[in-house]
Design a protein around this ligand. Sequence first.
Ligand SMILES: [Zn+2]
Ligand SMILES: [Zn+2]
Length: 705
Amino acid sequence: MAITAYHAGKPQPKPDSNESNPSKVPTPAAASATPPVAKPIQPDSKPKPTSPAGAPGFTKRAIEPSRPGRHDRFARNNQRRDRRPFPGSQPQNDRPRGPQSMFQTIAGGAMPKIDRPRPPKKRMQQSAQTPGILLKAGPSEQPTRTYAAPRNTLRIIPLGGLGEIGKNMTAFEYNDDIIIVDCGVMFPTEEMLGIDLVIPDVTYLVENRHKLRGILFTHGHEDHISGIGYVLPRLGHVPMYGLPLTASFIEGKLSEFDNEYSREKVNRIKTGQKLKFGVFEVEAFAITHSIPDSVGYAIDTPEGLVIATGDWKFDHTPIWGEPTDFKRLMQYAERGVLMLLSDSTNASEEGYTISERVIGEKIDQIFDRRNSGRIVVSCFASLINRIQMIVNSSASHGRKVAVLGRSLERNVPRAHELGYFNAPKDILVDKRDIGKIPDDKLTIICTGSQGEEYSALVRMASGEHRDVQLKPGDTVIISASEIPGNEHAIHATIDNLFRQGADVLHGRELDVHTSGHGKAEELKMLLSLLKPKFFLPYHGDYRFLKAHAKLAIAAGVDPKGIFVAENGSVIEIKDGVGKWGERVPGGYVFVDGLGIGDIGQVVLRDRQAMAQEGIFMVIITVNKQTGQLIGSPDIISRGFVYVRTAETLMAKARSEITQIFAKHAKEKGTMDWEFVKRAIRDDLGEFLYEHTQRQPMVIPVIIES
Ligand SMILES: [Zn+2]
Ligand SMILES: [Zn+2]
């Protein structure tokens, strides 16, 4: 099912210093025949599933859930816009994104790379897999293959988050037990036309469903939780664990789906609580990030202690929640850390990340200065800490808070109900009541910091927002840095906000942004504190992983113990010796509308070809008996040339088609239309290229009459 499943042509990742030793083990086909639903092993402490996602008072209906069943085109576009840039991330480094070019990373590596700009152009051969009008809905099923894991070996299997920022997911396996940490999504790169989301390839886990003991979540950002709604139905009812805010966000995600998993509960856990999953004993430890309830996991395995940090920075003055538990980390270090998996997002940045509290002070100063008019703050919906500071500043300045934007309207009441804001219970007001509150008593938190079409801020900027009309005296704060690629939209939005009469504070002049991820000095500190024998840098583009590996060497980690891996790589540790294992599928699975995994490379490549050069459809009618052409070929062209001004070209093309047809149809003697279509596609493509230096997708259609 998973289209990207197998990396036939993909090389083993180059082990930095390790010998690569993929041993192929013949596989028992029995694995897939086992019952699909894992029998969960109850953790010692038996965390009870607590109350459902919607905390009391919180109505889900009020916030238009993005139900994936909604397939109306506008709604989908709308969702797509709204989701991008993605709320589950900090600005800049944190935004889940694909590699520079998907073609470099995508499974199989078979896609031709189209470089732009590209004079002189070389004619690109249209894919033989593009079967003219017979475009199939999706690629065929991949042959099923089962991977046998060596016994008595700890296997660490990253399935997402390596070589990219997004869709984090890591599996840990020992004999008959597998636990999973996180299950996120990635937002599509520009090349992935029409794709809504990218989720990890879980083929290996599906094949080993009988081994799955639990899914643990580090925190509630989208790149760590949002894949679960798509993945859980494939894995079965595997028990899930997370701290309360995380658990609540996950349940919110699941409830957007309309299936038997939509009411699945997540077990609420606490830091320090021990959970047993087969041979694994796991505990969550507090580590600071940009959202409350962020934890890392210490995983006791028969081979030794493995630490997976999740996303982190050392914030000694966190806005909310527990500070990093250094005492615990010291205890782990004393016991000896076999392997560390650590956040690489800011590995290339020198120094330390500044505390969120500094940001809080800056926001407070702005509130001090603006004592008339409304304050509108735009930021990412999952930056709960940032939102908290805005709410706190509002509370201390006697302002009520209204939230606008789908993801915010979902997250904020949830976090507030769970007690994550130090603010009066009634501080949140409904957006419909905005008009009833005096201007200097109101703060509006909204989405749209990246100038996303359809976002609340952009609607306000264009004067089209239903509930808010900006006016002189209002202040708009954009509390997010510009994600590369969005500058245009952001600047246009800022211009429009000024046109509405509002004062706008943004970007450098404001400096109200910090990252949620530790920089080089912090990363080194953790490495030298824990002194792991093996190290797997994760959560980051490949160059960040490499930078993190360098930091590890500087911090005294043996270079032989460092694994710079890719998604689907397997690291095996047995008797204290670590090596690369046989790869498992680790490519992209695309979500497009209702389809999960049905869009493959072929379809994407076609979308690209059409987007870049247009399509050129040729319709030929032939006499079934004689095989002769009836009339002149019809041409339908879109996005290639404007047909009315290219009459000459069209006439030439028609006669060219007739000639090609005559030549090939006669040549074969028989009516092998597939052959004729291929000939038309190739020869006409050549002809069009010669005349226009463009390569539209040529789609020949032959109708027998
Ligand atoms: Zn995060
Ligand atoms: Zn993350």
